[in-house]
Design a protein around this ligand. Structure first.
Ligand code: DGJ
Length: 380
């Protein structure tokens, strides 16, 4: 064989070997398929760090916002902030950096480093041509007792976002579906029997709604939903997680309008993710068992204000009673496929928070019932 031919052959072998290595690294692994539960490398080959997240579709780009977690159990608290990634195809994600940073030089600040900042979501406000972020906020050192909503805004989708305020929802307002029992005072001794877990009795016997009427209702696990008429809603676990509240936001999306309603009293639902299909509203949610997975919940309604009908666990097959070891965080309309949706869930790893995995799966429907089946690998 001639010397030039041998050199050409060596070059070809090197090129093939190099391409093989590249295929296994970084964003190439994501390629054109979802592999639920696997590491999901970004454009730098680093596992995506956007837990409890949600997606904003802006122009031709998707933005994924989520909790930036760090190593170990300490990483469950917010030591960095909200991380943002962008993508054109939902498979390959570019690191856009930290969209909202925790405050490092003032330990009394609402979003001081070490606070709990969970489930951030971003929506676009047409009226002000800006981006509004909401998240569940627990001030540093107070566990989950704060049950506040944090709000931040930015003129640029990927941030930096400016923190506006931390609030308890709807202080001074009753929900549209308030009942007489809520306006009665329950003795403090009765309320103190309640320690936060599930109760066999209906929680209205403790009147948590009435307890929080003046100071504002509790808001923990949350999501946002913007309807076709541009009205935006905050959906969150309230009344010590026992009951779901849905609140209409102001036109600029940065505050509560005072109009809200309560649903599923005593059902202890967390992780609400709302979507709209053929004019009907759907919720996918979880039960309430801390970081541990449980069976999913689902519901449908003809209007956002109900009546909400609870359906079955949307997960089917092996491990469906554990939602495939995940908890809902968002439901995304499938790109270019009207009426089809993608379930986004978190597989939490509280012992090493940064290692949490993402479970994205297609949702199909049997009548109104959303159905989610496990797939090792899939594309839309
Ligand atoms: C379940 C919630 O869904 C999470 O966001 C987080 O608050 C954990 N509980 C904390 O235990």
């Amino acid at each position: 064989m001639k010397k030039t031919r041998i050199i050409q052959l060596c070059f070809l072998l090197f090129a093939v070997a190099f391409a093989g290595c590249k295929g296994k690294s970084g964003s190439e692994q994501a390629g054109g398929a979802f592999t639920p539960g696997e590491l999901w490398p970004d454009n730098n080959g680093v596992h995506i760090n956007a837990h409890g997240g949600g997606i904003l579709h802006d122009g031709d780009t998707y933005y994924w916002f989520g909790e930036h977690k760090t190593e170990g159990t300490a990483g469950n608290n917010a030591l960095v902030g909200v991380h943002c990634y962008s993508s054109k195809d939902l498979y390959n994600w570019k690191d856009e950096g930290v969209a909202l940073s925790v405050v490092t030089d003032d330990s009394t600040h609402s979003i001081a480093k070490g606070c709990i900042l969970e489930r951030p979501k971003v929506i676009y406000n047409k009226k002000n041509n800006n981006y509004v972020m909401w998240f569940h906020l627990e001030p540093k050192g107070a566990g989950y007792s704060g049950a506040l909503s944090g709000i931040a805004v930015s003129d640029k989708v990927a941030g930096p976002y400016k923190f506006l305020r931390a609030v308890r929802p709807n202080a001074g307002s009753w929900p549209t579906n308030v009942q007489d029992i809520h306006k009665q005072r329950v003795p403090e001794s009765d309320r103190s029997k309640f320690t936060g877990g599930s109760l066999p009795a209906h929680p209205d016997s403790l009147n948590l709604l009435g307890r929080d009427m003046e100071g504002g209702q509790m808001a923990r696990d949350m999501n946002l939903f913007v309807d076709d008429d541009s009205k935006a809603y905050h959906i969150y676990s309230s009344e010590e997680n026992s009951t779901l509240h849905i609140s209409l936001l102001t036109d600029d999306y940065t505050n509560y309008s005072g109009t809200y309603a309560r649903f599923f009293p005593g059902r202890f639902m967390e992780a609400p993710a709302m979507f709209k299909r053929d004019g009907k509203y759907y919720l996918i949610m979880s039960g309430c068992t801390g970081w541990a997975p449980n069976a999913g919940r689902s519901a449908v309604a003809p209007s956002i204000w109900g009546p909400w009908e609870e359906l079955e666990n949307p997960f089917v097959g092996e491990d469906s009673d554990l939602s495939f070891h995940s908890q809902s965080t968002y439901v995304l309309p499938a790109p270019g496929k009207p009426g089809q949706f993608i379930y986004m869930g978190d597989r939490w790893t509280p012992e090493n928070a940064i290692d949490g995995r993402y479970i994205w799966l297609p949702i199909r429907f049997e009548g109104d019932q959303p159905i989610i089946e496990w797939q090792d690998k899939w594309s839309y």
